[in-house]
Design a protein around this ligand. Structure first.
Ligand code: C2O
Ligand code: CU
Length: 475
């Protein structure tokens, strides 16, 4: 592809993003700004900074965009049932917003520009103020041009502690796993918006970090029992994370408690998914590798140094987390059924889709920065997928008619995947993001009990930007 053609591509994408934003803005409420002096709000600045992603002997610091000037941003903590008040101040020179991924949240606080708020302009502040109803491991991230802003570092962990302290582990450790696409001199490759990434598996990085560092050391003690809170913050990478010989059990997925289960191998996390693991470390000092699976086998992404005095002689029996407080009926009689067909992508079978109110062939779609569609529409946001009366049970049948995996995310709700390829799922867990394989069909169910406008999109952020996005409304 010549440079000129590529420029036209990029121009096309930028222009159509603006149009999308304008179309959505019509329905948006006025932004809620607040004086910078208001007390009892924690302040979170979105700003430019540099970060030592690479060790000093390998490369210079990397210019990033980060909440609080770090990537990931600070770990925010709340308690189940309590209110979190965060004033996000935008010190960047572009608009931004914050989405609190996985929280059953007041819709006005969901952080989606054009749907639930106006983007926070440079120099402005948005006061996010909401209850965190469910304990668990969540995260927050930019939701404005998230395919660029997340990749530059605008995200962090949000931990909601149990209302009654849970005493099944000695402590918890939050590990945000991310990937970066860095140049030889350690800066973030400025290749955002490439149709090559958008039409394939998304923007994959060339360096995997844990808590923003390349191969950091995590210190634990012999016979320590730790609750590891893993978060996949990458734009598009599916991660299989292993912990070598440590005894590992699954505690929770996407924040919601699962029955305690022994884990035999790595835990798989699609972009935006979380897993809480209960890990028993060995009795004597040693070094373990935290690994990610690659085509060439597992590669170390962090070193776990087990050292010091043993915490105990013997582990007590492990205990799980209290069951999630949220329930979803698994075979409702009067559910409202909706279908969502996913098409497009490289090597896909899509011949065209509706965009900006007209039918376009693939060539015209690509010119407009679109290559995926939901129900034949490539990312137009004028009409919702469905409107539900409040309290109605929804069953959404999602067909992945593409040769690519996708991480399907529903804002503000956890759902159960009740069937895969027609076979019902036994004991379905609660998730806010599900990894769908090529040509797979699933049925998800949730109760539409929270009024407002909620996005449904692929969390491979390039796919969302290129057409895999819709919304539903609960009225
Ligand atoms: Cu992590 Cu639209 O979401
Ligand atoms: Cu996708």
């Amino acid at each position: 592809m010549t440079l000129v053609t590529r420029r036209r591509f990029l121009g096309g994408i930028a222009a159509s993003s603006v149009l999308l934003h304008d179309a959505m803005a019509k329905a948006a409420p006025a932004s809620e700004t607040m004086p910078r002096t208001q007390a009892d709000f924690e302040r979170l600045h979105a700003r430019k900074a540099t970060a030592a992603i690479l060790p000093a002997d390998i490369g210079p610091p990397t210019p990033i965009w980060g909440f609080g000037g770090t990537a990931p941003g600070p770990v925010l903590r709340s308690r189940a049932g309590e209110r979190l008040r965060i004033a996000v101040e935008n010190d960047l020179d572009v608009p931004t917003s914050v989405h609190w991924h996985g929280i059953r949240i007041d819709n006005a606080m969901d952080g989606v520009p054009g749907l639930t708020q106006d983007a926070v302009a440079p120099g402005e502040t948005f006061a996010y103020d909401f209850v965190t109803p469910d304990p668990g491991t969540y995260w927050y991230h930019s939701h404005d041009r998230s395919w660029e802003q997340n990749a530059r570092g605008l995200h962090g962990a949000l931990i909601v502690d149990e209302a009654e302290p849970w005493e099944g582990a000695d402590r918890d450790i939050v590990l945000v796993v991310d990937d970066w696409r860095l140049t030889g001199t350690g800066s973030i490759e400025d290749s955002f918006g490439q149709m090559m990434d958008w039409s394939h598996g998304g923007r994959l990085g060339n360096l995997v970090t844990v808590n923003g560092r390349y191969k950091p050391r995590v210190a634990v003690r012999p016979h320590e029992r730790v609750r590891l809170r893993l978060i996949n913050a990458a734009n598009a990478r599916i991660m299989d994370i292993g912990l070598g010989s440590a005894t590992t059990r699954l505690l929770a997925l996407d924040g919601m408690a699962t029955p305690l289960a022994d884990m035999a191998g790595p835990v798989r996390m699609a972009p935006a998914q979380r897993a809480d693991l209960l890990v028993d470390f060995p009795a004597s000092p040693t070094r373990l590798a935290m690994t990610i699976e690659t085509r060439d086998g597992p590669v170390a992404i962090a070193e776990i140094a087990v050292s010091g005095e043993p915490v105990r002689a013997q582990f007590p029996a492990p205990i799980g987390l209290p069951a999630a407080g949220l329930s979803v009926p698994s075979d409702p009689q009067d559910a409202r059924r909706v279908e969502l067909r996913m098409q497009g992508g490289a090597m896909g079978r899509m011949s065209g889709a509706m965009h900006e109110g007209r039918m376009m062939d693939v060539r015209a779609l690509v010119e407009a920065g679109r290559i995926w569609s939901f129900n034949g529409v490539a990312g137009d946001m004028d009409e919702p997928l469905a409107r539900f009366e409040r309290g109605r049970t929804a069953i959404v049948k999602i067909r992945n008619e593409t040769p690519w995996p996708h991480a399907m995310h529903v804002h503000g709700h956890h759902f159960r995947v009740v069937s895969r390829d027609g076979a019902s799922v036994v004991d379905p867990v609660l998730r806010d993001t599900d990894l769908m394989m090529p040509d797979e069909t699933i049925e998800i169910t949730f109760v539409a009990d929270n009024p407002g406008k909620w996005l449904v999109h692929c969390h491979m952020l390039e796919h969302a930007a290129a057409g895999m996005m819709t919304w539903f409304e609960t009225v």
